[in-house]
Design a protein around this ligand. Sequence first.
Ligand code: DX5
Ligand code: ZN
Length: 223
Amino acid sequence: QQQPLIAPSILSADFARLGEQIHAVEGHGDARADWVHVDVMDGHFVPNLTLGLPVVTSLLRVTDLPLDCHLMIEDPDRWAPGYAEAGAYNVTVHVEAAHDPVMIAKNLHAAGAKAGLSVKPDTPLEDHLDTLKHYDTLLVMSVEPGFGGQSFIPEVLDKVRTARRLVDTGHLKVLVEIDGGINADTIEQAAEAGVDCFVAGSAVYGAQDPAEAVAALRAQARR
Ligand code: DX5
Ligand code: ZN
């Protein structure tokens, strides 16, 4: 896949019309989303509750776009493999919640999915580099997980730069993904810091034309 990747988050979509809202970003060329980002929240790891495996299973039936499932849940060790078995493309767990993150990555790979590791804004990368080697994506949270429409925390870009450096020097092999507050005002600084994949919720689904928003974000991320 060609970078930059754009992953609209359906957290900001109309939950009564999730299928249609995904179809809205299934266009062609730059307007086609690369992945659809699905925020799974359990009301415990984060103070919000969204959707789970039954909804993901239904969404997999209505789209060819790869589903990027971001699990903001406790005990991902128990629940993450189910998303991989259902057919999710990438399953991301939080390092703060995982009991045995290396085992989770192995289980996800065994079930045919890619594995993602996410860090909250205040979680340092350094302590988790050995774990990260087992993962395909690193999801750097640029807001406190839980809600869409929050303001971008620029301090997390240091983590992005560190990860970029480690990837470029061959010490790490992950796609660097950012999530939270990505919009026309913030995407360029994230791109400059070295992000490969940009999650955007309100910037895509708050726009008149979600596909146009995807294309516009991609153009900005390219510069
Ligand atoms: C927040 C979620 C994000 C959210 C981003 O906890 O992980 O994926 O949808 O929304 P925006 O892009 O509006 O900040
Ligand atoms: Zn997310």
